[in-house]
Design a binder for this molecule. Structure first.
Ligand SMILES: [Zn+2]
Length: 363
């Protein structure tokens, strides 16, 4: 099996809903916006060869200890005006992309050049690949990021970087992909009631990433790789804390455990009763033995960070005969919706973030 690894920064916890702010807070946030927002745009970029950038991160970095309490600066009327003024005073097209100061929320809007990876590389320089990976993850559910991009498409993202060097993490609060083929796609970070981590939602409150019925884990922070993202990677990756219970999605029999430890770490291979073979890699603990029968939903181990893995995650791989199959095709899937009780707060967040995403279309 092939399970190559790429290390890209993760999406950190994103802002929760904006509380009802005082007018003074809006003013402060508006001032903060003017100070903080860095507009990055370059017109008419040079057409360069497409890089072999990867849109999906294989291994997420460690989860921050606690989600940040800060939210992106809220635009007010005056801030919008200042925004436009700043946009008008942008650097020349051949200026180097501005470097982001750690923690600052940045709005990037740019016309698509060749690929999402190339687009963000042009717009952001060294931060580009990581932001592109996070961005692409939000839209792989709706479009093929290679085939469906058209000339004239545009991206926008409200994002920030926290930490430096190996500790750098990238976080997106909102993203937009204006696609000539698929329409005006948008995703907004929001933490649903009862969730430990923010997820991404459409403006109508429907969750962007699909969820598997009878998934091997009940809770996770994020799906960080899909089968269709990269042919060289044979599974689906979930960023998840070490020690999360791993459940057999279906009843079946354990075939082997802990083979090829250097790459797979603690691992379980089982054959479901329908003949499909499932592999669960990088576990912290395996609770079953080869030959053992397990029932659907039975806990068979715990997720971990063993073998060739640089951050806690579960690699879930399915095969029918010699063919690798996509868990999204094999499992039934569903999209959650935000409960009505939080929709007003969420919609306020959407309105706020839309002002940033829409402020200007560049490129
Ligand atoms: Zn994987």
């Amino acid at each position: 099996m092939s399970d190559t690894r790429l290390d890209l920064p993760p999406v950190a916890a994103a802002p929760a809903g904006l509380p009802k702010p005082h007018l003074a807070v809006y003013v402060l946030l508006g001032v903060s916006l003017v100070l903080n927002i860095v507009l990055i745009s370059r017109g008419g970029g040079v057409e360069a060869p497409e890089p072999t950038a990867t849109l999906a991160a294989e291994v997420p970095a460690a989860t921050p200890a606690a989600p940040p309490s800060a939210t992106p600066a809220a635009p007010s009327g005056p801030a919008e005006a200042a925004f436009a003024a700043q946009a008008a005073a942008e650097p020349a097209a051949d200026a180097a992309p501005a470097a982001a100061a750690p923690g600052e929320w940045i709005t990037t809007r740019h016309g698509v050049k060749h690929s999402i990876a190339r687009t963000f590389q042009i717009a952001l320089g060294e931060d580009g690949p990581a932001v592109a990976a996070e961005f692409a993850r939000l839209f792989v559910w709706d479009m093929n990021m290679k085939r469906d991009l058209l000339r004239g498409d545009a991206v926008a993202a409200v994002w920030r970087k926290t930490g430096e060097g190996d500790a750098a993490e990238y976080e997106i609060a909102a993203a937009r992909l204006k696609s000539g083929k698929k329409g005006d796609l948008r995703a907004y970070a929001y933490t649903a009631p009862g969730d430990r981590h923010p997820s991404f939602w459409r403006a109508d409150g429907r969750e962007v990433p699909a969820r598997l019925h009878n998934a091997p884990i009940d809770t996770y922070e994020q799906i960080t790789a899909l089968l269709k993202d990269r042919p060289s990677h044979a599974g689906m990756d979930f960023k998840v804390a070490v020690g999360t219970p791993l459940k057999a999605p279906k009843s079946g029999k354990v075939l082997r455990t802990n083979w090829n430890w250097r790459y797979n770490g603690n691992s379980i291979e089982m054959r479901f009763d329908d003949g499909v073979v499932a592999k669960f890699l990088h576990l912290s603990d395996t609770g079953v033995k080869p030959g053992q029968r397990v029932a659907a939903g039975e806990v068979i181990g715990k997720t971990g960070n063993t073998g060739r893995s640089t951050a806690p995650h579960l690699h879930y791989q399915l095969e029918r005969g010699a063919k690798v199959i996509d868990p999204l095709d094999y499992h039934e899937t569903m999209h959650r919706t935000l409960p009505a009780s939080v929709l007003p707060a969420f919609q306020a967040e959407v309105t706020r973030l839309d002002r940033l995403l829409e402020a200007r279309d560049d490129g």
